[in-house]
Write a protein that binds this ligand. Structure first.
Ligand code: FAD
Length: 319
């Protein structure tokens, strides 16, 4: 059984775990590595976790799934020194009320072993799918890949809708877009994470002070959701400048450098009607964080649900 999986985030990694004994898996990922939105950008002597800064685990199955990674310390609890910042306001301390997890030394470190033993084609964006059940081909810019018995997409729902447009994929979900600024600071404040009372800046996180990171004066600035939605079509240079000025004003400093990253689909704000999608007649399926509104945990639950449903289908199909 040959199975193609589009995307290499956590939902895909979870799917790989469920399906590893059932066939040969080939994963196609458009970016340079695995992890998807659990992302760390590397610089010279510095790194920025510019995607999900951390995640929580409330589901018992997800908590159990995380245990080996907490044991080998590629995943750890994050206990940042928190503060609240606002213009002309005195900072005050805030505390977590449940465990928050981070990968170390990078956000995707713990996800890498979940793809071990499978072919992962990175820098390979799938543009379309053609063929028929059992004979699917995936087209990237310069070649066709296949044939595959099954094709499963773990891309955000917009990309999956495009890829499966001809195959009755009718689920919808709504994402919050986001802007993140990757900065170098000239000084080292005493906090690790600052929640901001500001119209433009939502929070700031000191990347170089996170678990397992090399010490550096690196800062990640996340924009407010409402402001990001209003600015999504604006010129990146203007967004970068506005976000930078707002963050510099809150810290009363000037950054050494700042670079903008735009997330068209950052977090799900309205989930799809089902956790996953499986069409046994066409031999197609889909999963992703769009199955819920709990971010990383929803990605896990969706990948697991699709894996279990597909495993059940494969076992009952006539040989
Ligand atoms: C700024 C930010 C902050 C966040 N904060 C939190 C938080 O605090 N807590 C939390 O739980 N979650 C948070 N999230 C959300 C969390 O990161 C996601 O919910 C989760 O990582 C999604 O996993 P996934 O596998 O569904 O999708 P992804 O991680 O997006 O993986 C999908 C993969 O598919 C690839 N892909 C897409 N199209 C194609 C194609 N055509 N061909 C090949 N590959 C393709 C993408 O490159 C990507 O690697 C945040 C996200 C962002 C961006």
């Amino acid at each position: 059984m040959k199975i193609a999986i589009i995307g290499a985030g956590l939902s895909s990694a979870t799917l790989c775990q469920s399906l590893k004994a059932l066939g040969t898996l080939t994963i196609f990922e458009k970016s340079r590595g695995v992890g998807g939105r659990m992302a760390t950008r590397q610089g010279i002597d510095a790194a920025w976790d510019h995607g999900a800064p951390c995640f929580i685990a409330r589901d018992g199955g997800f908590k159990q799934f995380l245990q080996p990674f907490l044991a080998d310390q590629t995943l750890t609890e994050w206990h940042p020194k928190m503060t609240t910042l606002g213009l002309n306001q005195k900072p005050y301390k805030r505390a977590w009320f449940e465990p928050h997890y981070v990968g170390q030394p990078t956000m995707n470190q713990w996800i890498k072993p979940l793809f071990a033993g499978h072919a992962v084609e990175t820098q390979c964006e799938i543009e379309s799918i053609y063929g028929a059940p059992g004979q699917w081909f995936l087209a990237s810019v310069d070649r066709a890949h296949g044939p595959f018995d099954w094709v499963l997409s773990s891309a955000p729902i917009g990309q999956t809708q495009t890829l499966f447009a001809d195959f009755n994929f009718s689920l919808t979900a709504r994402y919050q877009p986001g802007f993140t600024l990757l900065c170098q600071m000239p000084f080292s404040p005493s906090w690790d994470r600052a929640v901001c009372q500001d119209a433009v800046v939502a929070e700031m996180i000191r990347s170089g002070r996170r678990p397992g990171r090399r010490p550096a004066n690196t800062l990640v600035v996340h924009a407010q959701d409402q402001w990001a939605s209003e600015q999504i079509a604006s010129a990146p240079a203007i967004v970068e400048q506005t976000l930078r000025c707002a963050a510099e004003a809150l810290l009363n400093t000037e950054f050494d450098s700042a670079k903008l990253h735009r997330w068209r689909s950052a977090k799900v704000i309205e989930a799809a009607a089902t956790t996953h999608w499986l069409n046994p007649a066409r031999q197609l399926g889909a999963c992703g964080d769009w199955g819920g509104t709990q971010g990383v945990e929803s990605a896990f639950l969706s990948g697991k649900a699709l894996g279990e449903a597909l495993a059940k289908t494969l076992i009952t199909l006539p040989k």
